[in-house]
Ligand binder design. Sequence first.
Ligand code: NAD
Length: 259
Amino acid sequence: MAETHAFEGRWSLITGGASGIGLACAQALAQEGSALVLLDVDAAGLAAARSRLSSLGVAVETREVDVSDAAALEGIAADLDARGVRVEHMVLAAGVLQPMHGIDTLDLAVHDRVWRINYHGSYHCCRLWGERMRVVGRGAIVTVSSVTAQRATPLLAYGPAKAALENLTASLSVAYAPHGVRINAVAPGFTLTQALQDKIDAGLRDADAILSQVPMGRFATPQEIAASVRFLLSDQAAAVTGTTLVVDCGWLAGSGWQT
Ligand code: NAD
């Protein structure tokens, strides 16, 4: 995509910005001139992302934080306020997968952690920065869901947490709409991040088995997810709010009745 500088001079906050889809979103926004605040638990990943993204000529702030820690996020919001950083765009990409278990064997601590990161972390960020956008009367947010929100799967914490995130997204869109703030979700299907590639290389995931379920016969790339996020944040999507954009190479459409 050609550089348009559409986000020039604006701050974008990205959770999970140290790797994968969050990092690809950071790169896409930086290429269009956005200054960045990256939040992640991965300190080394944040440092690498900062040096890579700073070379694009934009300001990059990083904060090592667990998004499920509401008090720590409040501290970051207060610090950014004090330094005059006004967040206009937000991408909520921090997330963790879970081991596959039945409801009888899924460890409750794992279940609760998956919810705290995938759902509550995004809720906390909306409570802080979505509210600031509402007061100012301008802003756009994208939550990162998953196709698992919309189908029965063996991911009994992850899928329901993502479904709740999509409902939160729709619900907040109504509350924000009169105040100039939009919020949408992107639901990726199987996306070839470095983490997934490493699992395939280690023999922990079978790429052929996954791709046999995908009508286009390939993975989405983090950059393709970022392109949809960028669209939803941009003024090109000025009339779009409360929706979920599925980016899955056809997986959802193809997961119906197979003859
Ligand atoms: P990833 O592991 O590369 O990126 C996730 C990032 O979130 C990492 O940098 C990680 O350190 C960070 N993170 C994890 N827990 C955190 C916490 N408690 N606080 C702050 N940061 C935390 O994975 P990804 O595939 O790029 O995932 C990004 C988002 O996309 C996730 O929400 C995931 O559920 C979603 N998703 C991914 C796929 C896929 O196939 N890759 C498919 C559907 C949805």
